[in-house]
Design a protein around this ligand. Structure first.
Ligand code: NDP
Length: 485
């Protein structure tokens, strides 16, 4: 299949190039090879995208919700039909195994277009009766031109999770992918256009953070939705505030998993595997602080080590049997290696992995530390790689207090067979997305997002509609105007 895109940007319904923009190499993380090159957006490209998206918005918003929804649902169908090719591309872009990308990326994007396509025709305001026959009605209106900025771990999914609710509400979008993974969002734009989205409704421009920064400071932009790290979130939030723009911030985490003695051990190990090693640990909501009650700690560690020793198949990510891929980049691998060294230096017990396999690609072994304490760097900072820390505890009260002792608040999960404890602990978690006896599922029907430093707003579900639209109040008088003079 063709990896090199037709051109770097997708604007106003067509691929567009400006070779004056500097080159961004697309590196396949399994081989280190440059598999494609795109140009960063120049000021002329940014202007072209903003002008096109702004010009397209009024007509798009004026169409009926049913019509917008039909186009989004058609895009969902096309994505499903092309799942294989899109998954292969996602694997080249990110290095995640095809075994994952074929079930978690384009499929999740298609779910978003189908779900929000279904909602588009049902978006309404309300009628509010008042005294004397007067009444108010509200109109749910689009915000206007929205900017989406994505991280590199789920490029198709992020481009779709932002695009689908934005377009359903009658907004237009300019999406800037991470410069590490620029390819997949172009396919989302191509598919939307093919499905009937008018030119300019969904545009993609490439570039580093500075391209994102100049998009969000433009006065024609009404909203920015970022998926990225907390430091970037602070910068983007601050510059959006200058123009009082709407924001959605999907940021990082250091989420806890609490496993009680009475939990099903095999399920708890599976949850911790999913919450630490899926996508080679490059998932925002990962449960990287695994609090295990003392009575089952050694049994948990033994079973986790057995599962990792016998189950991990590290290799060519395009091979459907591979279930553990490389890190997205050499840089990200060395960041993770640095954290592993810190874990050892600060006295954590290395139970599994910790090394870099002798093979091509930016691989790092799935790594488990035990006897981790709350103050260690590996227990406090987001690592964004396959490093699981086990911390032990005695009581429920202690586990909750320590689990919440973090600036982050993205996700949290509890494993127990005690029904009331499961709900009590979930209520006590300071996190936006909680799980009972599982971890890391994100169906489009459910709100997803973070509390505290992990974010502002929610993606997915009916709630996302509130973050891509606003209510206009129309007061209707049925009586003469009463004036004092
Ligand atoms: P970054 O914060 O480094 O980058 C995110 C995006 O923001 C990139 O496209 C980046 O561009 C862009 N950017 C950087 N600086 C600016 C700026 N000043 N103005 C506008 N845009 C800017 O995150 P990563 O790409 O490294 O992704 C990993 C992070 O994303 C982790 O912290 C992870 O937890 C978080 N994440 C959160 C999710 C959630 O839903 N809560 C889901 C997935 C990831 P470029 O990189 O091209 O320079």
């Amino acid at each position: 299949m063709q990896i090199q895109p037709t051109a770097s940007h997708f604007i106003n319904g067509a691929y567009v190039e400006d070779t004056a923009g500097h080159f961004i190499d697309v590196v396949y993380p399994y081989t280190g090879e440059v598999v494609a090159k795109v140009h960063s957006a120049t000021p002329a490209i940014i202007e072209q995208a903003i002008a096109a998206a702004k010009a397209a918005q009024a007509d798009w918003a004026a169409r009926s919700g049913v019509e917008r929804g039909r186009i989004l649902r058609r895009a969902a169908d096309i994505m499903r039909d092309r799942n294989h090719d899109l998954s292969v591309l996602e694997t080249y872009d990110t290095g995640k195994p095809y075994q994952e990308t074929s079930v978690a990326d384009a499929t999740s994007g298609a779910d978003a277009f189908e779900y929000f396509g279904g909602l588009a025709g049902a978006l309404t305001g309300e009628h509010i009766p008042l005294a004397g026959g007067d009444f108010v009605y509200t109109r749910r209106e689009a915000l206007g031109l929205c900017v989406g900025i994505g991280a590199w771990n789920y490029p198709t999914q992020i481009a779709s999770w932002k695009g689908a609710p934005a377009l359903a509400c009658g907004n237009t979008m300019i999406f800037k992918p991470s410069e590490t993974t620029p390819l997949c969002a172009l396919k989302v734009a191509e598919i939307l256009y093919e499905a009937g989205a008018p030119a300019g409704v969904y545009n993609v421009v490439q570039g580093l953070g500075n391209v994102g920064a100049s998009l969000i400071t433009d006065p024609r932009v009404a909203k920015v939705s970022l998926t990225g790290s907390v430091p970037t979130g602070k910068k983007v939030y601050a510059s959006a505030a200058e123009g009082l723009r709407h924001v959605t911030m999907e940021l990082g985490g250091k989420s806890p998993i609490i496993i009680f003695d009475d939990a099903d051990l095999e399920n708890a190990v599976s949850g911790a595997v999913l919450g630490n090693f899926y996508s080679t640990g490059q998932v925002c909501s990962n449960g990287t602080r695994v609090f295990v009650q003392k009575g089952i700690k050694e049994a948990f560690l033994n079973r986790m080590s057995e599962r990792l020793a016998s189950g991990v198949n590290m290799g060519d990510p395009q091979d459907p049997d591979t279930n553990f891929g490389p890190m997205v980049s050499e840089n990200q691998r060395s960041i993770v290696q640095g954290y592993i060294e810190k874990g050892k230096a600060e006295g954590a017990r290395l139970v599994h992995g910790g090394g870099t396999p002798e093979k091509e690609g930016f691989f790092i072994e799935p790594t488990v530390f035990a006897d981790v304490t709350d103050d260690m760097t590996i227990a406090r900072e987001e690592i964004f790689g396959p490093v699981l820390s086990v911390l032990d505890f005695d009581t429920e009260e202690e586990a909750i207090r320590r689990a919440n002792d973090t600036e982050f608040g993205l996700a949290a999960s509890v494993f127990t067979n005690d029904l009331t404890r499961a709900h009590r602990v979930s209520a006590a978690f300071e996190a936006g997305t909680c799980y009972i006896n599982t971890h890391n599922l994100a169906p489009v029907e459910a709100p997803f997002g973070g509390s505290k430093m992990s974010g502002v707003g929610r993606e997915n579900s009916k709630l996302a509609i509130n973050h891509y639209s606003e209510m206009k109040t129309v007061y209707v008088s049925m009586n003469d105007v009463e004036a004092p003079f």
